[in-house]
Ligand binder design. Structure first.
Ligand code: ADP
Length: 455
């Protein structure tokens, strides 16, 4: 059964039953009170008749004669009198009424017995009293009007209940729809969510359902974010594979072309050695790429140990390795090292710094300077590589850390780069719990900052 239907009947049925019970109790209570009042009034009436009988007997008037005298007066008021000796009626003011229940005649001195009976579709109240001579006087009064009022109240009550039922049904309908509306909306949105539509928003407020909507919105937002992240990962993996295929294609095509030439063409020794050199160059390029890719995947299965490395030693080694490159390009490398040690993996740090300095050499003009600053600030350790190269645009800064991305493609390729150096640096820094930041001024140069966490 639908929740709205349940709420509808849940309101209607108990309300109508409650109204019915309360109405019945009130009508019956009212009827009892009116009957009680009428009984009291009738007893008073009977008492005054008794007094008059005492008065009449003192004047030697027979009781039945006296009753006969007052009979007409009481008949007009729908009151009838019966005079009993034991269980025999000696005199009565009407023949239309027959008293079947003789129990009422069994009344004690100075007491009254009452009885209500339906005679000929009319209700009568019977009250009996014992006279001084031991006979019993029964007073009967038509109280049908009281029962008619009760019947008319009952009819009014039924009409009222019908009207109340309609009003309650309308209210119950509105209430059930109001309560279930957000639930229905939520259900619709859930269907959308299950079909992969994550752009969902439900109205939020402080009610229980409003809070549920708030959590639902949070949940769908979270799913959307996770989904976007997943799509990003899938996307970047696809880009990675596409780039890798593209990067492999050029050297492999060259190797195939030169090897075919070597096999088929009639070449002199000089040409042969030239083509063999090309083949070696391209093979070296593939090998280099292979090593770098290995490094990237090594990061994912990282099992490296950090130790306190001597930074003087690290910089000496780097300087030594890059000595030739620097002098070939006539570039000065200035080292400002304020760090004694660094908690890191020595091989990886040397690889990362060498990559950055090699890049700086590649983009720098002859006679320019490359400055490396190593220092501690706010409990964090930093290594900066500052160059006077062309700089990197805002847009490219965001992309250079991605694998295979190259800003100056021709120059980069000429230098043997595959666009993997910076993404390797990024991975190395992530492994150390740090990060790589780039600051650049187009036309003036760039600063690559390695930030190490406080260990
Ligand atoms: P590559 O191995 O091709 O140099 P990197 O990932 O190291 O790849 O660098 C990506 C690209 O970022 C390079 O192709 C180059 O165009 C650009 N780049 C790197 N370092 C600098 C720098 N110091 N100044 C300007 N551009 C740079």
């Amino acid at each position: 059964m639908k929740l709205s239907v349940k709420i509808f009947f849940g309101i209607c049925i108990p309300s109508i039953i409650a109204i019915l019970i309360v109405s019945m109790i009130l009508i019956n209570k009212n009827n009892e009170t009116v009957l009680e009042t009428e009984t009291q009034r009738s007893i008073l009436d009977l008492q005054s008749i008794e007094d008059e009988i005492v008065d009449a007997t003192s004047k030697n008037v027979a009781i039945e004669d006296f009753i006969q005298i007052i009979a007409n007066y009481y008949k007009e008021k729908n009151i009838y009198l019966f005079y009993y000796e034991n269980t025999e009626v000696i005199y009565k003011t009407t023949d239309a009424l027959i008293l079947n229940n003789k129990e009422i005649l069994n009344v004690e001195d100075n007491k009254y017995k009452t009885l209500i009976e339906n005679k000929n579709n009319n209700y009568y109240i019977f009250i009996s009293a014992k006279l001084d001579n031991g006979n019993v006087l029964v007073y009967a009064k038509n109280v049908n009007s009281i029962y008619e009022i009760r019947a008319s109240l009952m009819r009014m009550c039924i009409y009222s209940i019908i009207i109340a039922m309609i009003v309650i049904a309308i209210i119950a309908f509105i209430v059930s729809k109001t309560i279930t509306k957000p639930i229905v909306e939520m259900q619709k949105e859930m269907v959308k969510l299950s079909k992969g539509n994550y752009d969902i928003y439900l109205k939020e407020n402080n009610s229980e359902l409003g809070k549920l909507s708030k959590n639902f919105n949070k949940m769908s937002k979270e799913i959307k974010n996770r989904n976007d992240e997943l799509l990003d990962v899938i996307n970047s993996k696809q880009i990675f594979i596409d780039n890798l295929a593209h990067e492999m294609n050029t050297p492999l095509t060259s190797i195939l072309g030169y090897s075919e030439l070597l096999e088929k063409a009639n070449l002199n020794e000089e040409q042969k050695s030239k083509y063999l050199k090309y083949i070696q160059q391209e093979t070296k390029r593939i090998l280099d790429m292979y090593k770098k890719l290995l490094m990237l995947s090594y990061k994912k299965n990282a099992d490296f140990e950090k130790s306190k490395i001597d930074m003087e030693k690290v910089f000496d080694e780097i300087k030594d390795t890059l000595k030739n490159r620097l002098s070939q390009n006539n570039i000065e490398l200035i080292l400002n090292n304020q760090l004694k040690t660094l908690l890191a993996d020595e091989t990886l740090i040397i690889m990362c710094l060498s990559n950055l300095i090699k890049n700086a050499i590649n983009v720098s003009n002859p006679e320019s300077k490359i400055i490396v600053n190593a220092f501690k600030m706010n409990n964090k350790k930093y290594i900066q590589v500052v160059d006077q190269g062309p700089g990197i645009s805002e847009e490219n800064i965001k992309k250079v850390l991605e694998p295979f991305y190259r800003v100056d493609k021709v120059r980069s390729r000429k230098n043997g780069g595959a666009g993997l150096g910076l993404s390797i640096c990024k991975s190395i820094m992530e492994m150390h719990g740090g990060e790589i930041k780039i600051e650049s001024d187009l036309g003036k140069g760039s600063i690559f900052i390695l930030e190490f966490p406080n260990n």
